[in-house]
Write a protein of this length. Sequence first.
Length: 160
Amino acid sequence: MPLKKPSWQEKLNNSKGYPKVEEISGRMSKKWGQGTLVIPAPTEVDQIMKKVPKGKIITINEIRSALAIKHHTTIGCPLTTGIFAWISAHAAEEQQQQGAMEITPYWRTLKTGGLLNEKYPGGLESQRKLLEHEGHVVIQKGKKFFVKDYLKSLVLLDQQ
């Protein structure tokens, strides 16, 4: 009998022992320097994404900064924060398909530099439409899509 694949919601709620604070070491220290990093729980990333109001956006870097402040570390883990944002997006889409009226507004979370995330549900086109519906202007540079003047729409979260 094949194992049942976990739902996105189950993946989101499986903390796997996170959050965890670790020393920055090895190859990571070449790019990120000395200090500590927090590997967040998936739900921590989701909670920050939920706080972004309509008409505003946030980037993975701002989420990482909020996590670092919360856990008193030098940085938030760039790899897991991005992965957990992706899981949050798919969990939200799954909830919406099950009839949920309020979901995490994942389309408001951008990559560094205001870049849209092609790995979100529905791909670039879906995220572009959702952002434009909220008043953002999406521009194309080469093969990449960005929110124009995204810094003007960046949300400033209370970083507790």
